[in-house]
Design a protein around this ligand. Structure first.
Ligand SMILES: [Fe+2]
Length: 316
């Protein structure tokens, strides 16, 4: 499925498959990732007009239907909730998150090679950090919009290129001797990593998911401070210098503030303005946490059984 999409996009005169029949989870996630990237920075040698090609969009919609069904099974469908309870419910979800086991391992025990693998997985998102959530700005108004912009401004370094989180992450990659080119390691990561990225694109590119994308961002911000402190500590333990840890140190500071803005100003205000979507906010948060936990468990599982967590090693 993904190979057929790639062949069609490459302009080799190959028609898109008429019906989507992904050969497993990895094939589904890779095909979706290839489609979604057309809405970000595109693919070298691929005509930008593919982004709005009706046949490709029809195919993508069928793949998204499968992905959304899987998300409902994984995170439970959106249920109606009292909009006033949204900030407290988000805090409960964040408190119950079992993702930190990976950050504890990285802080205390991970080898240089394991931490390097972690950075490779994360590079797929961090080199475009914040970009998916930016898509929702024109779909909002008032307090929720202002709150999202306040968060995004920090993510984009207040307009200073060296302080953009996307750029700060390159310092960490450089310290590990990794290739900092956008998308370089997409081939090296498996379905779980691609799914954590695809869920953001799915939510970001559809207006009907505008609440889910806010819930997703809130979950990220509300579960960020403790793991990022652990990542910074782990990297210092391995000899990482100030430049190498700057990305993580920055998130310890910034996300403690973002946590409150995201829960109350952004999600709380949005839920008050569009109460029928309050359940979608929580659905988005649950998807972020469930996919993150699934990914973290797979990475830890690989390391604990002496395997690489990458599907192939791509050298810079
Ligand atoms: Fe950030």
């Amino acid at each position: 499925m993904s190979a057929a999409v790639i062949d069609a996009l490459s302009g080799r005169g190959v028609a898109l498959p008429a019906t989507p029949a992904p050969d497993g989870e990895e094939d589904l996630q890779l095909a979706l990732f290839v489609c979604y990237e057309l809405a970000y920075r595109g693919w070298d040698g691929v005509d930008d007009r593919w982004e709005w090609d009706p046949d490709l969009l029809r195919l993508r919609a069928a793949l998204e239907h499968r992905f959304e069904s899987a998300l409902h099974r994984l995170a439970g469908p959106a249920a109606a909730v009292d909009p006033a309870t949204v900030p407290a419910r988000l805090a409960d979800l964040a408190a119950a998150d079992d993702g930190p086991s990976l950050s504890r391992f990285l802080r205390g025990r991970a080898t240089h090679e394991e931490f390097r693998e972690f950075v490779i997985h994360r590079s797929v998102y961090q080199l475009r950090e914040a970009d998916p959530h930016t898509y929702v700005i024109p779909r909002l108004a008032g307090v929720a919009k202002a709150a999202l912009i306040e968060i995004q401004l920090d993510e984009y370094g207040g307009g200073v290129v060296t302080r953009m989180h996307q750029e700060l992450f390159k310092n960490t990659m450089r310290w590990f001797g990794l290739n900092q080119a956008y998308g370089w390691y997409v081939d090296a990561v498996g379905a779980d990593t691609l799914a954590t990225n695809n869920v953001m694109s799915l939510f970001a590119l559809h207006r009907r998911h505008r609440a889910a994308v806010l819930g997703h961002l809130a979950a990220y911000e509300m579960t960020s401070t403790i793991p990022n402190r652990a990542y910074a500590g782990g990297l210092r333990r391995l000899g990482g210098d100030r430049d190498a840890t700057a990305f993580y140190d920055e998130h310890v500071e910034a996300d403690a503030v973002h946590e409150q803005i995201a829960a109350y100003d952004m999600c709380g205000s949005f839920a008050a303005a569009e109460p029928e979507l309050a359940g979608d906010l929580l659905f988005g948060a649950r998807c972020a946490l469930a996919l993150g936990a699934r990914w973290a468990a797979a990475v830890l599982d690989a390391w604990k059984s002496g395997r690489s967590s990458l599907r192939q090693v791509t050298e810079p």
